[in-house]
Design a protein around this ligand. Structure first.
Ligand code: PLP
Length: 387
């Protein structure tokens, strides 16, 4: 199998798995216990919190463990909206956010909040000027993703942070795809809240964190016990949190190496696709792009058919985001960057991971080229064009 869908999820790193195992066995204590058995577990949670805080230049009491990206996004948006409803009920986001943000915004609209969905340009970037113009006296939150999960475009986060701070509006960013791929300094970038998910960087699924700057008073989301400083009740996913901490350590240790390896494979793939296959285009930003992302539209074919044929050859790629792929609709991100529907339909997302090799890239291209030609045989338009 050649797995090229790392934006959907990644395999847990062997070092991470090894680190987690004792917490299913001999170290099973509930961290809330008052005995020594629990203290060891409390200590490891403390260390992971510190490690994560250091990785983004935050303080440990600004890190809240959650069940992942979706929960962090929901908590950030709903929590802030409810907490600040006396100040205002206007939120600004972009039209290409992950559904964890978009559907939460839609929910808030049903609760009397107003949401501005900023458009993006052809590369998937918002305009910071337009963002600034959209701020109103009743704006309470700007939520713009760090990097897009489908086309890999990285937003001008520092500029957004500056604008938000200048206008005294909170800034949340969904950094699920960017964390450990891009350097993030929440202080310098003036980020107030940030969502992260562990399974995108070789950690386990069902765990993540929300960074909340100390000055932001975010109401509790899960009500119950006193875990996470009374903000997020529920017995901690200890093994998951330990695994996430180890994945951060491994990701940081390998940062430079991973960065150049992914880039090399990505740039090679883009070059080969664009030179060897006619009538195709790479979507997203050429410069501000995630290391492992190749999003490409082939004219005169259905992306879904290509995905199935690739799957039959043991190659995993996706159409849009994993969450949208069962909906059979054209991705809102591709619509957002203005792709005509017939081109958007021929799109596949290839996302590379650290365990991929150049040999796999070569193999992938070798199989992709004939499959694209094979599918285009069914297109009357293509046949006409060929004469
Ligand atoms: N936000 C982005 C940008 C994502 O790519 C994803 C997952 O694909 C999520 C949020 C949801 O994260 P989780 O799967 O941890 O709920």
């Amino acid at each position: 199998m050649i797995y090229l869908d790392h934006a959907a999820t990644t395999a847990v790193h062997p070092e991470v798995m090894k680190e987690m195992i004792p917490y299913f066995g001999e170290l099973y204590a509930n961290p809330s216990g008052v005995y020594e058995f629990s203290e060891d577990v409390q200590e490891i949670l403390r260390r992971v919190r510190q490690k994560i805080a250091d990785s983004i230049h935050a303080e440990p009491d600004e890190i809240y463990f959650t069940s992942g990206g979706t929960e962090s996004d929901n908590w950030a948006l709903i929590g802030l909206a409810e907490g600040l409803q006396e100040k205002g009920r206007h939120i600004i986001t972009s039209c290409i956010e992950h559904h964890a943000v978009l559907r939460t915004c839609e929910y808030l609209e049903t609760r009397g909040y107003e949401v501005t969905y900023l458009p993006v340009d052809g590369e998937g970037k918002i305009s910071v000027r337009q963002l600034e113009r959209s701020i109103r006296p009743d704006t309470i939150l700007i939520s713009i993703m760090f990097a897009n999960n489908e086309i890999g475009t990285i937003q001008p986060v520092s500029k957004i942070g500056q604008i938000a701070r200048r206008h005294h509006v909170f800034f949340h960013t969904d950094a699920v795809q960017a964390y450990l791929h891009e350097k993030i300094d929440v202080r310098k970038m003036q980020i107030d809240l940030m969502s992260v998910s562990s399974h995108k960087f070789q950690g386990p699924k069902g765990v993540g964190f929300l960074f909340v700057r100390r000055e932001v008073s975010l109401p509790s989301f899960m009500h119950g016990g006193s875990q996470e400083r009374r903000k997020r009740a529920g017995t901690e996913n200890v093994a998951g949190i330990v695994g996430m901490g180890k994945a951060v350590a491994v990701g940081e240790r390998m940062f430079q190496e991973n960065h150049s390896h992914l880039r090399k494979m990505r740039d090679y793939l883009i070059k080969r696709i664009l030179t060897d296959i006619p009538y195709c285009r790479v979507n997203g930003s050429q410069k501000e792009r995630l290391d492992g992302n190749v999003n490409v539209s082939f004219q005169f074919l259905e992306g879904e058919s290509l995905i199935i044929l690739l799957d039959m050859e043991g190659i995993c790629v996706s159409g849009g985001s994993a969450c949208a792929s069962s909906e059979h609709t054209v991705s809102h991100v591709l619509q957002g960057i203005g792709l005509p529907e017939e081109i958007a339909r021929g799109t596949i997302r290839i996302t590379l991971g650290v365990e991929n090799t150049m040999e796999e890239m070569e193999n992938f291209i070798k199989r992709l080229i004939p499959l694209v030609s094979q599918l285009r045989e069914f297109s009357d338009e293509y046949q006409k064009l060929k004469g």
